[in-house]
Design a protein around this ligand. Structure first.
Ligand code: GNR
Ligand code: NI
Length: 172
């Protein structure tokens, strides 16, 4: 049980490209467990390793509802191999851009390949919130933030306010 500090934008680690994981070993499994602890504590429904300063292609997600049993997912080297033509708009937030929410239009359904915590290759087709969350997390692995899908005006406004918030937190 360990919570890790979550990076707030701007930070170069949130804009870098994460490296593929070669071996799913105890270190990777421990990191995923710590990321789940961090995500549940935040609280959030997803977390990508670069958000905790680790530049590796590792994601955790749990989109189960409040009155449902928890459903943690651990994804190593996740990759989108198919996107639906149909798109959907939905509200997103990001633990690295606190207190800002905006509608983002994305493919409604995706197929994602990944390795699980045992290193076994898997493939899932996701829709609704899981599809949105997986796309948001995989974006993080390539240094992309949800505000990059908004107009420049909205993006710049949110990132400027986040920089102010980060500075005020740092000097508090
Ligand atoms: O907690 C989160 N909620 C969320 C809502 C809609 C779409 C994506 C997300 S992910 C976010 C946590 C986060 O920042 N993950 O990177
Ligand atoms: Ni995020």
């Amino acid at each position: 049980m360990a919570e890790l500090p979550i990076l707030i934008a701007p930070d170069p680690r949130l804009r870098g490209k994460a490296k593929s994981v070669t071996t799913v070993d105890a270190r990777v499994r421990r990191l995923m467990d710590d990321m789940l602890d961090t995500m549940y504590a935040a609280p959030g429904i997803g977390l990508a390793a670069p958000q905790v300063g680790v530049m590796e292609r590792i994601v955790v997600v749990d989109v189960s509802g409040k009155n449902e049993p928890s459903a943690p997912m651990r994804l190593v080297n996740p990759a989108i191999v198919w996107r639906s033509e149909e798109t959907e708009a939905g509200e997103e937030g990001c633990l690295s851009i606190p207190e800002h929410y905006a509608d983002v239009t994305r493919p409604a359904r995706v197929r994602v390949t990944y390795q699980d915590e045992k290193g076994t290759a898997r493939e899932i087709e996701a829709d609704d919130l899981l599809a949105r969350c997986l796309q948001h997390e995989i974006d993080h692995l390539d240094g992309v933030l949800f505000v990059d899908h908004l107009s420049k005006l909205k993006r710049d406004m949110i990132l400027r306010k986040t920089q102010k918030l980060k500075k005020s937190k740092a000097s508090a």
